[in-house]
Design a protein around this ligand. Structure first.
Ligand SMILES: C[S@@+](CC[C@H](N)C(=O)[O-])C[C@H]1O[C@@H](n2cnc3c(N)ncnc32)[C@H](O)[C@@H]1O
Length: 487
């Protein structure tokens, strides 16, 4: 698909796109919305209209955004000859029958210019298409633990986007993919962006990195739970969610002590089994602490409809496809399909496993949030008795807000509830009594929990032993949730 250019020519090519105005902000301005061309969205006429003037930028947009071949004579003179030669040499363009046709899409992600296949590849049912940077890649990259890593693995690299992102904080990145086209594409993108600490290998799961260990493993694997494997980039090739289970089981052997593995996942819920149980089994005996954040839950019917709409354009196949999907789920007694993020940290000792549903649309620095959540569990483990916890000097976290909900009564606002809410990370909240809110604001990190609780009991005129027991259990929960830092 794509040919490696020399490092020098790659840098020239990248600079040419920037100079021609093929930049993220310009694209949005120029196209109205940086929406990918799609038959479902029926946006091609609008995109063609926005790019109708014969300019250099429009020529590039028609090739590398809309995915349309253009008459070589009509665009003559718009693209400098030396760059046209580079576009052809790299394989981004191909000349055929007087036309110049794009062989990749180019889009921006986090400051990188990234080549991938075009969305029309799904319409053309190309099983080995290489996925473009998309909301799932962005989601995982936001959560990535982006502290210094000696070695990072990006398993199922696709366009290489997560590797590019990780190259900024890693000494070395290894990117792997089963799809040879993805291997080529990831190598091409590393070079196009002038990155030289990424190695790319082809192969199945961890086979290309046998015997190697990493500080960070990132994976956005093909997790769709589908009866067929039409597309390598999205369809879980094993029964139900088998590939994700396999990665959870095999990943820890490739983590250094203290190293993190972060993986997006979908898993099935089988009739009669609580949703947490299936993934709890995956995590058993891995030698890792784990935090599973469950997001969306869909029933099989809506899931099937959604997936069919995403991966098949031919509506005449809808009924047969739906039947295929539903009989697959019915035979396996699938009651629901959940999506979420797995974070595992290899640690010798007794491990914790936290599996929970999380609020949508997290905000702030999510990599930091992951680290502070694991650190909070460490504090609780190291201070696993009431005596030890009472000796800590806890402090209310900076990103906690107190919200009061009132109701109208007799022309007056009456307090109904008080909620503590996190304003960064997941918007967890807890309802508290006014007295408790007062106690929590007194936790400023200068006094031990014991002193703060004893003062509070005296102020509230309450029996100190009882208050100690209740407060310490609350402090423990609030440290775990990130409302209080245990110092
Ligand atoms: C959902 S795409 C993710 C691409 C990219 N990491 C991203 O986030 O945009 C999944 C990738 O996993 C690759 N893949 C599928 N099965 C694999 C396997 N058994 N071993 C390694 N990679 C695999 C696919 O070819 C595809 O590139």
């Amino acid at each position: 698909m794509l040919n490696q250019l020399s490092a020098e020519n790659s840098v020239r090519l990248r600079a040419f796109f920037d100079e021609a105005g093929y930049t993220e902000s310009n694209l949005r301005k120029h196209l109205g919305a940086a929406e990918l061309p799609s038959s479902q969205l029926r946006n091609r006429p609008r995109l063609f209209d926005r790019t109708s003037a014969a300019t250099q930028l429009n020529t590039l947009l028609r090739w590398f955004w809309i995915g349309s071949a253009q008459d070589a004579q009509q665009i003559a003179g718009l693209i400098p000859d030396d760059f046209l030669a580079l576009l052809l040499e790299s394989g981004l363009l191909a000349a055929e029958a007087g036309m110049l046709a794009p062989r990749a899409m180019l889009l921006h992600f986090d400051g990188f210019l990234v080549a991938s296949d075009h969305p029309t590849a799904i319409e053309n049912k190309q099983a080995e298409m290489v996925l473009w940077p998309n909301p799932t890649s962005k989601f995982l990259s936001r959560f990535a633990v982006s502290r210094h890593s000696r070695a990072t693995l990006d398993l199922g690299t696709g366009s290489g986007i997560l590797s590019l992102m990780a190259s900024r904080f890693s000494d070395a990145v290894v990117a792997t993919d089963l799809n040879p086209r993805a291997v080529e594409c990831a190598r091409f993108n590393a070079r196009l962006n002038g990155i030289d600490n990424i190695e790319v290998f082809g192969g199945d799961c961890f086979a290309p990195v046998a015997g190697r260990c990493f500080d960070l493993i990132l994976s956005n694997p093909p997790f769709f739970i589908t009866p067929q494997t039409d597309y390598m980039f999205c369809d879980n090739p094993m029964d139900l969610d088998g590939l994700c289970r396999r990665l959870v089981k095999e990943g820890p052997a490739h983590l250094n002590e203290g190293g993190y593995m972060q993986m997006l996942c979908e898993w099935a819920q089988i009739k009669g089994q609580p949703w947490e149980e299936r993934v709890a089994e995956w995590l058993q005996g891995t030698g890792c602490d784990a935090w599973v954040m469950k997001g969306l839950t869909q029933n099989p019917e809506e899931y099937a409809q959604h997936r069919i709409r995403e991966t098949s354009q031919d509506t005449s196949e809808d009924a047969a496809n739906y039947e295929l999907y539903m009989s697959y789920y019915r035979r396996r007694q699938v009651e629901a399909i959940h999506d979420g993020l797995f974070v595992m940290r290899r640690r010798t000792g007794q491990n914790f496993v936290r599996i929970e549903e999380v609020p949508p649309t997290p905000s702030g620095n999510l990599g930091e949030m992951v680290l502070s959540t694991f650190a909070a569990h460490d504090v609780l483990r190291e201070n696993n008795t009431d005596e030890k916890l009472l000796a800590l000097s806890p402090r209310l976290a900076d990103h906690v807000r107190l919200e009061q909900v009132c109701f109208a009564s007799d022309s007056q606002w009456k307090a109904e509830t008080l909620n503590l809410r996190l304003t960064s990370g997941f918007a967890f909240h807890v309802t508290v009594q006014p007295l408790v809110a007062e106690f929590l604001i007194s936790l400023d990190g200068t006094r031990t929990a014991e002193t703060a609780i004893r003062d509070f009991a005296a102020k509230a005129n309450a029996p100190v032993e009882k208050v100690l027991i209740e407060c310490i259990s609350m402090v423990r929960k609030l440290i775990e949730r990130g409302f209080i830092a245990g110092v």
